[in-house]
Write a protein that binds this ligand. Structure first.
Ligand code: ZN
Ligand code: ZN
Ligand code: FE
Length: 775
């Protein structure tokens, strides 16, 4: 696009040039145009800048050296939260312009646009919030170009105030002044507001009592302090909140929400408070204070500092800091140190974002509402991250991270991938980016499916893409698969089914910006296999185009099918049956006596006759079996609970149990039955549960490392990709990583995308693109 520059001589005899810079990436809603204006002023350049649907376009005019310096500054000094993908320059004829102006945005269809994520309250705004002399003192919607809402208030692009839910708020003179002042931190900050012109917070109790502004915040603090439950409207949706130090309040919240055991997230007043209740690593501290401010899972300090029912089934607390000014105000001059802050929904329902909807759905849970009149246009949960020695693992990717694109190694065609069933996300590809949506939840019912459709519509409006194909899982009964099938038919688009574990490995490849081929270890609970069987612990040779199954875990029966997923004790029985035969089930094992003899007997018959016993090769179910044999978790209150308790109990060790890897017709069979027998022996000998759990983890890591090596030997690859929900297990991931490195192999772990089913859609999208390309 560059052509010979047309030069012109300025008044003082110096040469003047004019150059256009087209900047693409995450450059809208991050203070990019103000930044451009400041740099241009500093360098004495004239020109203009405007947002277009694909990014920001800038023209500058002045001495060649200054124009050159401007180009360098565009990349080197860009705002920390901006992401510049590429800059295309073109030399133009100078026009003699003498000032620098920001031109109103132009709409331009078909561009590739990436909208900024919502950002946590910045240090400057926090200072002003707490400064009695500031005009936004205690104003719960203070924000600037470096912080505040973005994605969740944007209806469409370009990112300008009329296209956001700030549209109804007419800026007062002083706000408008700041908005237009190039020297101001709020220059062109779209959500800029103050107590005179901006959103208002309101407290509303069930009895009809309401108050607004500072009184509302005061009332909220009082009610929370008194052990009441509040529904609080935040950045991406409602939270249900109560004092995390008040056992009765936490129990009431669990009871009313219908959430029995799953750990509840906690918002603490400051970092010091987080340190007191959890053991934080330097990277935990860094994440907690990052502009994303996710929930960080960190080991509890003992004795527990919070009500015991906050996280009864976990050795970790999920901790976050106040990430909006409204949240900051909840702790102001209050003895409250930590609040339970759990998603504002009933179990299995999507997050509430709208005031009326919240009133209808959450009235039975909340004693009162703290809400406001700035609409949330798309729901976005809190993100959840866990740090490891191999980098942070994204457990739930939403606020602060979505819809930040994954950069791909090559340009792709527009595809919409709809993910799986649990922890669903969807993914759009466009240009050289793949945009994975925020976490949606489990697609269990019509309510979540409607939410899924709304999210697809919203994301499409923000991204301005028209998919040319759809991608989905192979499982015929997933709601996402059915929706994709119907939609593809209706629109006459090709539909590409992608095998679950292939999608996991492809997601890991895309997450690392590579395309393979590699040996992939895909370990999770359940995925639909190409043969219709349940897969879940796979050694694959894979690239984006396709895969070959090199090996898998030995299959065991799942007595009762889905019931075996909810009741890990059934898996203990299944493994005992496989390891020793039916006689082993004559008596109920010591740690399983909670299961009545008649129930146990029934299961024995089921296994013996193979009634309703589909076969599964699942890493998750093996963890379930061991967790149950150890008496840690017989009934799972939530997905993955048995594996989480098994990891929590484990004492790391380098001693291990026997295992076997058989080679059958060139196919590797990973056999954990010798391991299960050794676990049973150790239990009988009185070895402690932490020792057995630790030894089991070490054994499983060794078995996977050996299988990966065998896969590499068979294929000639030396890179191993790790994906699947099992790799949320820090102990297993860190040890396996270490073992693979020690064998001289190259290891790919997930970076920005979850290893669990929340990453599937990304894998599906890149596989679909590769297959379209191959056709
Ligand atoms: Zn700020
Ligand atoms: Zn104002
Ligand atoms: Fe999976």
């Amino acid at each position: 696009m560059t052509r010979a520059s047309t030069e012109m001589t300025g008044a003082v005899g110096e040469t003047v040039v004019r150059r256009r810079f087209v900047v693409r990436g995450i450059v809208q809603g991050v203070g990019f145009r103000p930044f451009v204006h400041r740099v241009a002023s500093r360098l004495g350049l004239a020109g203009s800048a405007y947002n277009f649907t694909g990014g920001v376009e800038i023209e500058v005019e002045g001495p060649p050296s200054a124009v050159l310096a401007f180009g360098a500054a565009l990349v080197n000094e860009r705002p920390a939260i901006a992401v510049v993908d590429d800059v295309v320059t073109e030399d133009l004829a100078p026009t003699g312009q003498t000032d620098f102006v920001i031109v109103p945005s132009r709409e331009q269809p078909g561009g590739q646009v990436f909208i900024s994520t919502d950002l946590a309250l910045c240090g400057d705004c926090r200072r002003e919030l707490l400064d009695p002399a500031d005009r936004r003192y205690h104003y719960p919607f203070i924000n600037c170009t470096n912080c505040g809402p973005r994605y969740t208030i944007t209806a469409r692009v370009p990112y300008d105030r009329p296209n956001t839910s700030m549209k109804p708020f007419l800026m007062c003179q002083r706000c408008a002044g700041e908005y237009q002042d190039i020297a101001d931190r709020r220059y062109h900050a779209q959500p800029v507001a103050c107590p005179h012109c901006g959103p208002v917070v309101e407290f509303a109790a069930a009895a009809g009592m309401t108050c607004r502004g500072g009184d509302a915040l005061e009332m909220a603090r009082t009610w929370l302090g008194n052990g009441r439950i509040l529904a609080i409207k935040g950045l991406g949706g409602f939270h249900l909140a109560c004092d995390a130090g008040n056992e009765e309040a936490v129990q009431a919240l669990r009871r009313r929400k219908g959430r029995e055991q799953k750990p509840l997230a906690v918002m603490v007043r400051d970092l010091g408070c987080a340190e007191q209740m959890a053991q934080l690593t330097p990277s935990d501290r860094h994440l907690l204070q990052s502009p994303q401010m996710p929930i960080v899972l960190a080991p509890k300090r003992l004795p527990e500092r919070l009500a015991s029912s906050v996280a009864p089934a976990s050795s970790d607390y999920g901790v976050m800091l106040p990430y909006t000014p409204l949240h900051e105000m909840l702790f102001l001059d209050s003895p409250l140190r930590a609040l339970v802050m759990t998603s504002g929904n009933l179990s299995d329902e999507p997050l509430c974002t709208d005031n009326q909807e919240a009133l209808q759905r959450l009235s039975a849970v909340a004693d009162a509402f703290l809400w406001h009149d700035r609409d949330i246009l798309v729901g976005c949960d809190d993100s959840v991250v866990r740090t490891t020695r191999c980098g942070p693992i994204m457990i739930r990717r939403a606020r602060g991270y979505a819809p930040c694109p994954t950069r791909l190694a090559h340009s792709v065609r527009p595809v919409l991938a709809v993910g799986g069933h649990l922890k669903d996300t969807v993914c759009f590809t466009a240009g050289t980016g793949a945009v994975l949506s925020q976490h949606l939840g489990d697609l269990e019912n019509m309510a979540t499916l409607c939410h899924f459709e709304r999210l697809i519509e919203h994301l499409q409006a923000v991204l301005q893409v028209e998919p040319q194909a759809l991608a989905c899982d192979l499982h015929p009964d997933y709601l996402s698969t059915r929706w994709a099938t119907e939609t593809a038919e209706r629109l006459g688009l090709p539909l590409i089914g992608v095998q679950h574990h292939h999608a996991h490995i492809a997601a890991c490849l895309a997450d690392n910006g590579v395309s393979g081929p590699v040996v992939g270890l895909a370990c999770d609970g359940t995925g639909y296999g190409e043969d219709g069987a349940i897969w879940g612990c796979e050694v694959l040779e894979a690239d984006l185009n396709g895969f070959r199954r090199l090996g898998h875990l030995r299959e065991v029966p799942l007595p009762g099918g889905e019931a075996a997923v909810r009741e890990p004790w059934r898996m203990a029985a299944a493994y005992l049956h496989e390891a020793y035969g039916p006689e082993a089930l004559d008596t109920v094992p010591a740690r399983l006596t909670q299961i009545g003899a008649s129930q146990w007997g029934l299961l024995r018959q089921m296994l013996q006759r193979r009634l309703n016993c589909p076969l599964a090769a699942s890493a998750g179910r093996l963890f379930d079996a061991v967790s149950a044999l150890l008496g840690l978790c017989l009934q799972a209150g939530f997905e993955g609970q048995a594996a989480i308790t098994c990891e929590a109990a484990a004492e790391p060790t380098h001693s291990h149990y026997p295992y076997a890897i058989h080679s059958e017709d060139g196919n590797l069979l990973l056999d954990p039955l010798p391991t299960v027998r050794a676990v049973v022996d150790d239990l009988a000998r009185g070895v402690t549960v932490p020792q057995i759990a630790g030894c089991f983890h070490e054994t499983f890591a060794l078995m996977l490392a050996e299988a990966a090596q065998a896969g590499c030997d068979a294929t000639g690859h030396d890179t191993v990709a790790l994906s699947g929900g099992t790799f949320q297990n820090r102990l297993l991931l860190e040890r396996l990583h270490e073992l693979l490195i020690a064998r001289g192999l190259h290891v790919l772990c997930h970076q920005a995308v979850p290893p669990n089913d929340g990453g599937l859609a990304l894998g599906q999208a890149v596989v679909a693109d590769a297959q379209l390309r191959a056709d």
